[in-house]
Write a protein that binds this ligand. Structure first.
Ligand SMILES: C[C@](O)(CO)[C@H](O)COP(=O)(O)OP(=O)(O)OC[C@H]1O[C@@H](n2ccc(N)nc2=O)[C@H](O)[C@@H]1O
Ligand SMILES: Nc1ncnc2c1ncn2[C@@H]1O[C@H](COP(=O)(O)OP(=O)(O)OP(=O)(O)O)[C@@H](O)[C@H]1O
Length: 301
């Protein structure tokens, strides 16, 4: 799993790419370091206060611009039609919004667990928008990309901004933030959890008081979805309890992944090496600048 970390060396390989060759773009995971639910709005959406941090670990999208308007996607997610994939939708939406006459050939190297709360689908959509805006030279602003992205998922704008951030409202009010870049062990119990099912649960607490960012940063980090997810999914509870032996554990998003933070790589590795084989997981480091945006920095130099 170590090989999938987006090291600086991997990102700077871009300098050797020749014109017209496909480019490998990172599509990082995120963690919700804390997540509080303040309210349910009349339209059914929930007002949240959450702290996002990117990880130096995730999927890769290899993308080539093509001269016809076709979007050709090769994806290993077998139970999802290409046209339902957020990558395809992001590409099509950008193409239509800009009336672009070009197409793309996209290969998804899926590493992140699906329905894990690490934002894989949203991240893939954001990487597609940023990569094609570059390859097609459509020159949309971040604001316009966020306008397209928000329709694809609540977390897409955060991935487009590319900086760790505190998000409020339904996720649209963003304040950049730089939490310490710790090491994490992230484990995925063998269940996939639908975000909507957790938000629809009548027992979900929805009344955390709205606090200021500094108040939230200075109190213990928690996730309001954690209790019901642990109650409903014994696999998540078992994994959470296992991780607690090493460090305080937390749920990310609406699950199913749980994570624990460590001050150094060595302590993260020793916990990770002890994990039961049947549980998928990875080690990653927090990255306050998204690895995708680090790569774009090399490309746009
Ligand atoms: C909770 C988070 O995981 C925090 O990172 C995300 O905001 C969820 O983002 P996501 O998986 O992209 O979710 P979306 O596809 O936008 O929404 C899925 C469903 O979750 C519920 N939902 C989502 C976000 C939100 N602020 N309130 C909600 O009630 C809605 O029922 C929605 O239909
Ligand atoms: N490229 C994609 N990668 C992953 N899931 C996708 C993709 N395109 C569409 N989906 C669909 O999106 C749903 C959510 O998947 P995802 O892996 O993003 O969940 P998640 O990590 O829980 O997200 P979040 O943390 O934003 O709630 C899945 O049901 C999947 O079928």
């Amino acid at each position: 799993m170590e090989t999938y970390r987006f090291s600086t060396a991997l990102l700077s390989e871009i300098k050797n790419i020749k014109q017209g060759e496909p480019i490998r773009f990172p599509s990082p995971a995120k963690l919700n370091l804390f997540l509080y639910i303040n309210n349910k709005r009349d339209d059914g959406y929930h007002e949240l206060q959450t702290l996002f941090q990117f990880l130096d670990f995730g999927d890769w999208l290899t993308i080539n611009s093509t001269i016809n308007r076709e979007i050709h996607l090769v994806s290993p997610i077998t139970n999802l039609n290409s046209q339902d994939n957020l990558i395809y939708k992001a590409a099509k939406n950008l193409q239509e919004y800009t009336n672009c006459k070009l197409g793309a050939s996209i290969h998804l190297d899926k590493i992140l667990p699906i329905g894990g709360g690490v934002g894989g689908g949203s991240s893939n959509a954001a990487t597609t928008l940023i990569a094609l805006n570059y390859l097609w030279n459509t020159q949309l602003s971040l604001k316009d990309l966020c306008h397209i992205g928000l329709k694809l998922g609540a977390d897409v704008p955060i991935f487009l901004h590319g900086k760790s951030a505190f998000a409020e409202g339904v996720g649209e009010k963003i304040t950049y933030c730089e939490p310490p870049e710790k090491w994490f062990v992230v484990l995925k119990p063998n269940v996939s959890i639908s975000t909507a099912s957790i938000f629809n649960d009548p027992h979900l607490p929805r009344n955390s008081p709205k606090l200021s960012l500094s108040e939230l940063l200075n109190k213990k980090y928690e996730n309001d979805c954690e209790k019901i997810v642990l109650n409903h999914y014994s696999e998540v509870e078992e994994t959470y309890n296992w991780l607690l032996q090493y460090a305080p554990a937390r749920l990310t998003g609406t699950g199913a992944c749980v994570f624990a933070e460590f001050n150094d790589k060595k302590s993260a590795q020793s916990a990770f090496l002890a994990k039961p084989d049947k549980i998928f997981g990875f080690i990653a480091k927090g990255s306050n600048i998204s690895p995708l945006h680090k790569l774009m920095g090399y490309l746009l130099k």
